[in-house]
Design a protein around this ligand. Structure first.
Ligand code: 13P
Ligand code: SF4
Length: 304
């Protein structure tokens, strides 16, 4: 048996499900039971029937899975696969900011630690943020940690005051307007599809701004043949799989989230074989962070 077959056999024996984000390496996406964006994966994490969930992604995603499915064993192939943006917001600083704006609603991007979520009213993902904000009846919003996603959302709610945290994803924030325009010069018919973690100058020249699943769905439905994709390169696997005759161009040489790429077939196999790298979240943190994630699922669906 090869490694892939061994993993599938172990998965069955352990009654496990393997979830993977679109930024995971192609061979991990191919092997996973479910591949998706952060919002969809959080719903699958909440609803799955298996006893064990192996989360191939970064730490905040596996933590959210454990919070939403506390009775399940949640494992991660690499425990130190983190998210640089999530690490930019600390519980202590958030408490101070909330003291300064006691009447504000506190909204966190799902790319945040469980501790930060435990102090927030509701979490959002890039695909659910606009619906959720429409359902928040407060004119003052603290949004963290992503200033770019926060800035993007704020453009839709001119009547609200947004207090934005100074956090960002170093990979998305590094993408520049000139890189996109250079590609556009070479491929003038290409549509520009941008993740909202990108800077305003990049979002402003986009034909479409949305989550990983939004970008995939836009490109798949479009009659266009060429696309400039401003997000992490892992998305190319699903884009090419669904659209073998279309062409996709990434700005710069590459946009690669190192932590997302820490998962390998070897460490996934080792995790399942030894049932190791289990995720735990302290009870009081988990209880409050669950409220924040449940509010996300609830407000995302309300009056849509
Ligand atoms: P999506 O929810 O769009 O998949 O984004 C997750 C993420 O981490 C983007 O950097
Ligand atoms: Fe975090 Fe950026 Fe990696 Fe997404 S791409 S997981 S925001 S570091």
């Amino acid at each position: 048996m090869n490694l892939k077959e061994e993993i599938l056999k172990l998965k069955k024996e352990r009654n496990a499900i393997i979830l993977a984000h679109y930024y995971q390496p192609a061979n991990i996406q191919e092997l996973a039971d479910v591949v998706g964006d952060s919002y969809y994966l959080s719903e699958v994490a909440r609803d799955s029937k298996e006893n064990v969930i192996v989360f191939c992604g970064v730490r905040f995603m596996a933590e959210s899975t454990k919070i939403l499915s506390p009775k399940k064993k949640v494992l991660m192939p690499v425990l130190d696969a983190g998210c640089v943006m999530a690490d930019m917001a600390s519980e202590e600083e958030l408490i101070k900011l909330k003291e300064k704006y006691p009447n504000a609603s506190t909204v966190c991007y799902i790319n945040s630690t469980a501790k930060v979520k435990s102090h927030c009213d509701v979490a959002v993902t890039s695909s659910s943020a606009l619906n959720i904000l429409r359902n928040i009846d407060n004119e003052q919003i603290i949004f963290l940690p992503d200033k770019n996603l926060g800035g993007y959302i704020s453009e839709f709610f001119k009547g609200k005051e947004f207090i934005l945290w100074d956090g960002y994803c170093k990979y998305h924030n590094n993408i520049n307007k000139d890189q996109i325009l250079n590609l556009k010069n070479k491929h003038e018919n290409a549509k520009i599809l941008v993740h909202p973690e990108c800077k305003k100058e990049v979002r402003d020249i986009a034909d479409y701004v949305g989550s990983t699943s939004g970008i995939i769905s836009y490109a798949t439905k479009s009659e266009n043949i060429e696309f400039i994709i401003a997000t992490e390169e892992g998305i190319l696997h699903e884009l090419k799989k669904r659209n073998p005759d279309k062409k996709f161009f990434i700005p710069g040489e590459t946009i690669c989230c190192i932590d997302m790429k820490k998962t390998t077939l070897e460490n996934l196999y080792d995790t399942l074989l030894n049932m190791k790298n289990e995720i735990f979240v302290e009870d009081d943190v988990a209880k409050n962070a669950l409220r924040c994630l449940e509010n996300m699922h609830c407000l995302a669906k309300e009056n849509v």
